[in-house]
Design a protein around this ligand. Structure first.
Ligand code: NAD
Ligand code: UDX
Length: 481
């Protein structure tokens, strides 16, 4: 039976390996990381990431056939199959800065594999990487290999945060790319054998290496493009009196389009969409395809437009100034059911409000004050580099930002409430209670379309909801894009 080791105990490595361990009780799975804090978290009762259903999976197999360790070299050396699930953030400096994937962590993992391996290994790309990364990795391993033979597979991960366990239990597909040689195909068969324990055979797709690598970037680009498309339409809805929810529902009924992933929002966030599209743009430029690069760049352009459009709407509605005004922000995570704040639209919205001198009061059920302050102080693209490897940034506590443990406290004396994450609890808050403790006129800016604007208007609020018909107040105070 194969022994598995996964390098990188993050949002992907941790849940993915926990599910493999659960579904394959006879396979030993060890997740290793250079971060002692992360590994300590995985070995404790308080896991380092919040993901519904994950505690239960980990509890059922940790100490049985699932282990977490910082002894990277030992467990990589002992494994037959090594998954690499380290970060592949956007480069912050040098060639391709702001676009290209930074493969520093990947390369150092590959060199370490070459250093410690004494037996043949299958190395699995779990991280999202540029097309042709497998070729680069093969070169590193071959030049440092001491006769050990390696097969590289691409097995990109499609889980979404907040639903990771559900996605891993019942994936739409598992994708495995390998070399078309007998050795490559034998390696594909080994990995397929692991997933086949619980994933129906027809959902396990095998391709060549480059198709698998590119499919991951393309899938994220397509998903993000849907959101930018509906968000672009949301701006037109506000200008014309159409309702984006009605439009999305109507177009989603077309079976060729489908209803999912058409919710207009303040903008998409998360560690993947922007980074992977930028990576795709850079690859297109490198292959001399500027028109293709420009096409995908616009998906990010519309996302940035949507975030600044939201900030402009807040400021312009409140007499064109928020200076000294308290603005409550409900939700800081990039989506519900996660504590992850990487590339969350809340960062740009809060910075926009702070730039206009607002006093911002933030509440999120899963995000700590330390994390909020760090995020607001961080330079762009630094967020996806492991914190323990980062220079210590500005503390950010000079900014007029408060972080509360309660939505009502955030709203006390505020002029406006901005809803930036679609937490279920925010649907059922007592908005009358909030209204009573807020300055007047009191505003709600719903960046996730989770409240009923009419009910809130009945309470007395002036309400803006993305892509919904504007009330007279907002029509009288047009936002400059
Ligand atoms: P993460 O930052 O949560 O985890 C990566 C971990 O790798 C960190 O804990 C870091 O300490 C560790 N690490 C870095 N270099 C290392 C080394 N040389 N040796 C040992 N450990 C090392 O990142 P993540 O969100 O899990 O993403 C990992 C990869 O998966 C990325 O390429 C990402 O694009 C991709 N991905 C992410 C998601 C998602 O939803 N987060 C989904 C699909 C794919
Ligand atoms: C995404 C992909 O969905 C997943 O397949 C891939 O493996 C990793 O990247 P994730 O970023 O975790 O997953 O979450 P996702 O559900 O895709 O949401 C991304 C962002 O888009 C969030 O900010 C979310 O709020 C936003 N979104 C999503 C919308 O604004 N509208 C939608 O209709 C859907």
């Amino acid at each position: 039976m194969v022994k598995i080791c996964c390098i990188g105990a993050g949002y992907v490595g941790g849940p993915t390996m926990a599910v493999i361990a659960l579904k394959c009780p006879d396979v030993e799975v060890v997740v290793v990381d250079i971060s002692e804090a992360r590994i300590a978290g995985w070995n404790s009762d308080r896991l380092p990431i919040y993901e519904p259903g994950l505690d239960d999976v980990v509890k059922r197999c940790r100490g049985r056939n699932l282990f977490f360790s910082t002894d990277v070299e030992r467990y990589v050396g002992e494994a037959d199959v090594v998954f690499v699930s380290v970060n592949t953030p956007t480069k912050t400096r040098g060639l391709g800065a702001g676009k290209a994937a930074d493969l520093t962590y990947w390369e150092s993992a590959a060199r370490m594999i070459a250093d410690v391996s004494r037996s043949d290994k299958i190395v699995v790309e779990k991280s999202t990487v540029p097309v042709k990364t497998a070729e680069a990795i093969e070169k590193i391993l071959a030049h440092n290999g001491r006769g050990v033979r390696y097969q590289i597979l691409s097995n990109p991960e499609f889980l979404a945060e907040g639903t990771a366990v559900r996605d891993l239990f019942a994936p739409d597909r598992v994708l495995i790319g390998g070399r078309e040689t007998p050795e490559g195909q034998a390696a594909v068969k080994v990995l397929k054998g692991v997933y086949a324990r619980w994933v129906p055979e027809d959902r396990i797709i095998t391709t060549n290496l480059w198709s698998a690598e590119l499919s991951k970037l393309a899938a994220n680009a397509f998903l993000a493009q849907r959101i930018s498309s509906v968000n672009a339409i949301s701006a037109l809805c506000e200008a014309t009196g159409a309702d984006v929810a009605e439009v999305a529902c109507s177009i989603g009924k077309d079976s060729r389009i489908g209803p999912r992933f058409l919710s207009a929002s303040v903008g998409f966030g998360g560690s993947c969409f922007q980074k992977d599209i930028l990576n795709l743009v850079y690859i297109c430029e490198c292959y001399g395809l500027p028109e293709v690069a420009e096409y995908w760049r616009q998906v990010i352009g519309i996302n940035d437009y949507q975030k600044s459009r939201f900030v402009n709407r807040v400021v312009s509605s409140m007499f064109n100034t928020v200076a000294g005004k308290k603005v409550a922000v409900l939700g800081f995570a990039f989506k519900k059911d996660t504590g992850d704040t990487r590339e969350t639209p809340a960062i740009d919205v809060c910075r926009g409000l702070l730039g206009d001198k607002a006093v911002v009061s933030i509440y999120d059920p899963q995000v700590t004050e330390e994390q909020v302050r760090r995020d607001l102080a961080m330079r762009k693209f630094d967020w996806d580099h492991p914190r323990h490897l980062q220079p210590v940034g500005e503390p950010g506590d000079q900014q007029p930002v408060a972080v509360t443990t309660d939505a009502y406290e955030a709203a006390r004396d505020a002029h406006a409430v901005c809803i930036l994450t679609e937490w279920e609890d925010f649907r059922s808050l007592d908005y009358r209670r909030m209204y009573d403790v807020m300055q007047k006129p009191a505003f709600v800016f719903d960046g996730r379309n989770i409240v009923d604007p009419e009910k809130l208007r009945d309470i007395g609020f002036i309400v803006y909801a993305i892509g919904k018909p504007l009330d007279q107040w907002l029509k009288d105070m047009p936002a400059v894009a």
